[in-house]
Design a protein around this ligand. Structure first.
Ligand SMILES: Cc1cc2nc3c(=O)[nH]c(=O)nc-3n(C[C@H](O)[C@H](O)[C@H](O)COP(=O)(O)O)c2cc1C
Length: 276
């Protein structure tokens, strides 16, 4: 039996489990004083390279949000799991103007493109300027940030993915208990699941079926290279209709493939031609 839970404030951390990225955002106030605090309400916004942007959500009276509104710049630092205690220390409600990093083992170093500092111990960093600020009434301040630079420890950039995941050792945030105790996943088991779609695989999603297809016929259709899948679909449906079939079966599909010389050999040849 499923049951709807009550939606309380901070539902995203209270009841809904939202495994999240842990970041420490560094900013400067108008007087140039450093501020640092953890933020996990963060996600890609514009995924393309022309105008790459992230979206970050803040309490509107937080020092970080106020600094971003005042200076237009911030740095997103991703600490490794080795620095979870330092990260937690930066979450304390220190008075305005206090540099939380000085109460941790973390080191501020200059950023490449913006004035707020980078945290040296963080393997992955995004330097951002403000694109847009949205103040939700009686709720979060949403900042859409232009990514001026994505910065990494140099050796990480060309490292194979699994080695890079292990080396970065980023913790996963798993919410908190009434803002008192925070839960994180560390040293997680990494599993790999093969989808194996080719770069033009999205064309498969553009295929329109005009008839019902049996499961095995549909599975076989999915093995046809995406670039010609629509054409093969139409020809097969036309062939099935010519035989007064009310649905496309694997038998009819195979019959057409053989009659049209489109057996396995045909598609192998096609694949070779494309690759070459
Ligand atoms: C792991 C973690 C994630 C957090 N994520 C957010 C967040 O996404 N948005 C937010 O407003 N506060 C978040 N907080 C709470 C702020 O870090 C906290 O209110 C902090 O004192 C704000 O500091 P500031 O006023 O210097 O910006 C988070 C705290 C922790 C420990």
């Amino acid at each position: 039996m499923k049951k709807a839970a009550k939606i309380r404030p901070f539902w995203y951390s209270d009841i809904w489990l939202f495994p999240k990225l842990i970041t420490i955002i560094t900013t400067l106030d108008e007087q140039g004083r450093v501020n640092a605090a953890p933020y996990s309400h963060i996600m890609q916004y514009d995924v393309m390279a022309k105008n790459p942007r992230m979206i970050v959500g803040f309490r509107q009276d937080s020092h970080t949000f106020k600094n971003i509104c005042a200076t237009g710049e911030f740095v997103v630092n991703c600490p490794s799991a080795d620095h979870l205690d330092d990260m937690m220390e930066t979450a304390r409600f220190y008075p305005e103007g206090v540099n939380e990093l000085e109460h941790t083992g973390l080191t501020a170093i200059p950023s490449l493109k913006v004035k707020p500092p980078t945290i040296k111990e963080c393997p992955q960093i995004a330097e951002c300027t403000v694109d847009e600020i949205i103040r939700l009434p009686k709720s979060s301040g949403i900042v859409i940030g232009n990514i001026e630079a994505l910065v990494f420890d140099e050796e990480l950039i060309d490292m194979p993915r699994e080695a890079r995941i292990r080396k970065m050792n980023l913790p996963i945030g798993l919410g908190d208990e009434s803002r008192m105790d925070y839960f994180h996943a560390v040293n997680y088991a990494i599993t790999q699941h093969r989808l194996g779609e080719t770069p033009d695989g999205f064309k498969g999603g553009e295929v329109k079926l005009g008839m019902t297809w049996s499961d095995d016929a549909l599975k076989t259709l999915m093995t046809i290279p995406p670039g010609v899948r629509q054409m093969v679909t139409e020809q097969t449906e036309q062939f099935a209709q010519e035989h007064n079939d009310d649905k496309v079966t694997l038998g009819r599909f195979q019959q057409l493939a053989e009659e049209a010389g489109m057996g396995a050999d045909f598609f192998d040849r096609f694949r070779e031609k494309k690759a070459g």
